[in-house]
Design a protein around this ligand. Structure first.
Ligand SMILES: NC(=O)c1ccc[n+]([C@@H]2O[C@H](COP(=O)([O-])OP(=O)(O)OC[C@H]3O[C@@H](n4cnc5c(N)ncnc54)[C@H](O)[C@@H]3O)[C@@H](O)[C@H]2O)c1
Length: 334
């Protein structure tokens, strides 16, 4: 059985379905701090075998109970807090929930001889890019507490490998977008900070002026460029990473991105095209810590995992749009 922490959240729920549809036994663990019960209902209505346990990784006894109650073979660990701005304001919340909770999880794994884990890391571990595209060897100097917590966890995992041979594959995601809306899954953050859902939500509500932060970056149109990876392609990488880990029994790290950059303006224009209407836009000053360009080299994942992204940016944004419409209907019917 595979334990998926954070499986009521955006990426974790897609991950659960990715494994369930291949016949894996899946145990989802979540405390609903940012995840949603409706997502678990959507998964269980389609996949009757999916098991869900409510609990908090910060309580070691909650995790110990899981390992006592189920025969767990491997863990996919996505549960975390991940809002960069909040991590500056309340860093202790991030160190406790991301770092301390992960130590609980790793210790419980060791006590129960579960020695394989796939971990959700982030492009934020790199900090300001010194060259592009960013490969896994790039220096790691995170510029916000959130990124620091993820790098700390990666370092802890290295030490657990040396000391105990607990093997981990860490996937460093770039900007995740898109939705498996047909299965009732998508990005659902009450405090939304990501570009695509922010534009879509507000445009659908008709009460919105979209703010672009900075228009004089040294990029083709002056706005920031990011590497957007579809969540459905991302979870396919988790499955390949799982097979890689089980087969090779080595710890490793992979970037997951497309190596294609799109500017904020380009994203805005695709959304205007999909909605078929103009969305009011205004420019605001640059924000601290926003790099002009972030691009992943995912060559290592291509070569060693046999992974490559498949979805086009248009397909990803269209799916995010369908998901936002689904959410509006869901909220209206409640
Ligand atoms: N969304 C992105 O673009 C992105 C990019 C890079 C990395 N990541 C990482 O991917 C992972 C998933 O991100 P997401 O966007 O799906 O976030 P999310 O907030 O939608 O999901 C996180 C889930 O973890 C659960 N959770 C949090 N703390 C918990 C705890 N102590 N015990 C039990 N459950 C807990 C939440 O309730 C939620 O369901 C995170 O680790 C995040 O740092 C996300």
């Amino acid at each position: 059985m595979i334990l998926i922490t954070g499986g009521a959240g955006y990426i974790g729920s897609h991950c659960a379905v990715e494994f369930l549809k291949d016949g894996f036994d899946v145990l989802i663990f979540d405390n609903f701090s940012t995840g949603h019960r409706e997502i678990i209902q959507n998964i269980q209505s389609k996949y009757k075998s999916a098991v869900f346990c409510e609990g908090d990784l910060r309580n070691k006894s909650d995790i110990d109970n899981l390992f006592k109650s189920y025969k767990i073979d491997a863990v996919i660990h996505l549960a975390a807090y991940s809002i960069v701005s909040e991590s500056f304001n309340v860093p202790e919340k991030y160190y406790e929930n991301n770092v301390c909770a992960t130590i609980n999880l790793l210790n419980s794994m060791l006590e129960n001889s579960v020695m394989n884990i796939i971990f959700s890391s982030t492009a934020a571990v790199y900090g300001e890019p010194l060259y592009l595209p960013i490969d896994e060897k790039h220096s790691k100097k995170p510029i916000n507490p959130y990124g620091k917590t993820k790098l700390m966890i990666e370092n802890i995992m290295d030490d657990y490998d040396i000391a105990y041979r607990l093997k981990s594959v860490r996937l460093r995601y770039f900007n995740v977008i898109g939705a498996d809306y047909e299965n009732g899954l998508g990005e659902w953050h009450d405090n939304e900070t990501h570009l695509v859902p922010i534009i879509l939500k507000s445009a659908l509500k008709n009460d919105f002026v979209f703010k672009i932060f900075g228009k004089d970056y040294s990029t083709k149109d002056g706005t920031c460029i990011r590497d957007y990876i579809d969540v459905r392609d991302l979870v396919a990488a988790h499955k390949l990473a799982y097979y890689y880990l089980i087969k090779n029994q080595i710890s490793d790290v992979f970037n997951i991105g497309t190596q294609k950059g799109y500017s904020v303006k380009e994203i805005y224009e695709i959304i205007v095209e999909i909605l078929g209407k103009k969305i009011p836009v205004e420019y605001a000053p640059k924000r601290n810590g926003d790099s002009a360009v972030l691009l992943a080299s995912a060559k290592k994942a291509e070569n060693l995992l046999g992974w490559r992204y498949k979805k086009t940016l248009y397909e990803s944004i269209k799916s995010a749009y369908e998901w936002e419409r689904y959410l509006i209907n869901l909220k209206a019917s409640n």
